[in-house]
Design a protein around this ligand. Structure first.
Ligand code: SF4
Length: 286
């Protein structure tokens, strides 16, 4: 299937990414680098008590995207020096934390793979999902297992099979405009949108799609993806993928690149309404 690159965005493709944004990088931003391999629990209205599992190093970020809005900062300025935790370290730390929580009478509602980058990058992601499901079944059987992923690696069979086992497989798809993806999400390697969408479809209605809507300027260009030129083709792709649910959100914290703005409540509600008309379950975080 052909995807919309857009001539407007095409002009930017091929230019060195850092040269596009160098005037807009905010050195002073307060980035969040999470402890590893376990952080939290964090209480949220939507998820309840969420215990975080961070498969990336504790001192920096590792991601196959380099989003201009990333709360962890940009890849170049948040390089990790230490290694990712091993499978054994993750299992041991998770078991210890779940036992502590159990003895204090607190149970997590969800075990969430998130943190300093892309969890599926971990070479033992699949085995760690198996260990986590075993620990969940033993120590907190009512908790869900969620993975927040940018979906770049779902074309790998091992990653795909592991994601099929979790309760909430939350896949990022900010737009289907590949020019926009190249300057806003900024894949660090080869990015084949058609192959990724085919794999999203192969979850057969069990995946959740998560989409960032934002506004503002980048290199003098308007990067508002809330208008119909972005939203209409994105909804067509969502219909093809037929996810269980769509979660849309906007910028919530300081971003590493200046000039970005939140999408308004009205804009997000309009998109929720359009998804609703197509019979797609959707929610927004404002
Ligand atoms: S995919 Fe997530 S962790 Fe990676 S750069 Fe984008 S926002 Fe940051």
């Amino acid at each position: 299937m052909g995807r919309n690159t857009g001539r407007f965005w095409q002009k930017t493709i091929g230019r060195k990414q850092e040269s596009i944004i160098e005037n807009q990088i905010q050195e002073t931003m307060s980035t969040i680098i999470y402890p590893s391999p376990i952080f939290g629990p964090v209480k949220s209205r939507r998820l309840g008590i969420s215990l975080g599992i961070n498969l990336l190093p504790a001192d920096g970020k590792v991601c196959t995207f380099d989003c201009i809005y990333c709360e962890c900062g940009l890849n170049a300025t948040r390089k990790a020096k230490s290694a990712m935790p091993t499978r054994e370290e993750v299992a041991k730390a998770l078991e210890k934390k779940l036992e502590e929580m159990r003895s204090s009478g607190e149970q997590p509602d969800v075990l969430t793979f998130a943190g300093n980058g892309e969890p599926t990058i971990h070479p033992h992601f699949g085995e760690i999902i198996d260990d986590t499901i075993d620990l969940r079944d033993r120590l907190c059987p009512s908790a869900k297992v969620s993975v927040l992923t940018n979906a770049t690696l779902i074309t790998r069979d091992k990653v795909f099979e592991a994601l099929k086992k979790v309760d909430n497989n939350i896949l990022k798809l900010d737009t289907i405009n590949t020019g926009y993806i190249s300057i806003v999400d900024r894949p660090t390697g080869k990015y084949d949108l058609d192959a990724i969408i085919e794999r999203m479809k192969a979850f057969e209605g069990r995946a959740v799609i998560q989409t960032m809507f934002l506004k503002g300027e980048l290199d003098g260009r308007n990067i508002d993806n809330t208008g119909d030129s972005f939203v209409a083709p994105w909804i067509n792709a969502i219909k093809e993928i037929a996810p269980r649910e769509v979660m849309i959100y906007t910028i919530d914290r300081e971003t590493p690149v200046k000039g970005l703005q939140k999408a308004s409540r009205e804009e997000l509600d309009r998109i929720i309404g359009l998804l609703g008309k197509e019979g797609i379950k959707a929610s927004a975080s404002y």
